[in-house]
Design a protein around this ligand. Structure first.
Ligand code: GDP
Length: 296
């Protein structure tokens, strides 16, 4: 499971602190050195770690903490709160258009899980009694359209496609029109990905953005790729103004760096986490729950 290494490292640091009736500044410094190493080893961005440790330390060495009956517990609580803040504080909700349909554009590198996440998100919306339309805008990857159609059949959601000979910009535009005419209150546009960030793709995504004016631009990133995921997020955000991130493959043995860095580095909240290949494996991302899970 994700975060295993980080989680056990932090738990061992804190079990030492927890037992202490009195905590000295040196104890705090020692604990923070260990937390710092644990975070770096979990592939958390260097600068993010530095800021995090500085904040926790500043709050931990105050007289109030040192004089409390259970200083170790107070410090753990401070770390918990800062971890939660690091991941965005509270749950970032999906935007909703004033006038339906709400348009969601899915972007990301090939293999990150964009197409499957499109299906999962539609399923999540259906559970809330919405009627999403899926738009097959990835005309380059062989079988991407078919993949979306199969997902659509599985969850009984309509899929709008114009094959692979029409431009994705036109497909997105007509897909939106189709949703308006058919009473779909959400439109989820799947777009093409490449193996690496590339300028031609960015230009196409910008054009799709202009054509459908999305309420959400969700970047799907593979949490297993650690700092690369954060770099990708930074790049996409500079080009497209993302509104949120979806972290996939959190069921794998990711060290967790992406989850802990992406909000701080890009300013973009993580809105969903995907924890498996199954269609119901997508969940709204709860920073406080994730922090508690990491701290055990
Ligand atoms: P796309 O190229 O970004 O559209 O990627 P796909 O949606 O085709 O997904 C690529 C692969 O990742 C597929 O085999 C998915 O089943 C798998 N995948 C996506 N999300 C998750 C996840 O949360 N956990 C796991 N284990 N696999 C995932």
């Amino acid at each position: 499971m994700a975060f295993e290494g980080l989680s056990s490292r932090l738990q061992s640091v804190f079990s030492k602190l927890r037992g202490k009736g009195k905590v000295s500044e040196e104890d705090v410094s020692q604990a923070m050195r260990e937390v710092r190493l644990a975070l770096l080893e979990a592939d958390v961005n260097f600068k993010v770690v530095k800021d995090f440790i500085a904040k926790v330390k500043e709050k931990s060495v105050g007289k109030e903490v040192m004089d409390s009956f259970t200083p170790g517990m107070v410090i753990i609580d401070i770390v918990n709160k800062e971890l939660t803040e690091l991941m965005g504080g509270s749950q970032a909700k999906l935007a909703k258009a004033n006038k339906p349909p709400t348009v969601i554009m899915m972007v990301g590198l090939q293999g990150a899980g964009k197409t499957t996440t499109t299906g999962k998100l539609a399923k999540l919306l259906q559970k809330q009694n919405h009627r999403p339309l899926l738009v097959a805008g990835d005309i380059y990857r062989p079988a991407a359209i078919k993949q979306l159609q199969i997902l659509g059949e599985q969850i009984k959601a309509p899929v709008f496609s114009l094959g692979d000979q029409t431009s994705p910009v036109e497909i997105a535009r007509q897909g939106l029109q189709h949703a308006k005419e058919n009473g779909n209150d959400y439109v989820i546009v799947d777009t093409a990905g490449r193996l690496h960030v590339d300028e031609e793709l960015m230009e196409e995504l910008r054009q799709i953005h202009e054509a459908v004016n999305p309420d959400e631009v969700l970047l799907v990133v593979d949490a297993m790729t650690g700092q690369d995921a954060v770099n990708v997020a930074e790049h996409f955000n500079n080009q497209l103004q993302l509104t949120g991130v979806v972290l996939t493959k959190l069921d794998g043995d990711t060290r967790g760096g992406a989850a802990l860095s992406v909000k701080a580095v890009t300013g973009c909240p993580i809105k969903f986490a995907s924890l498996g290949e199954k269609l119901d494996a997508l969940e709204p991302f709860h920073p406080e729950r994730m922090a508690s899970r990491i701290l055990g």
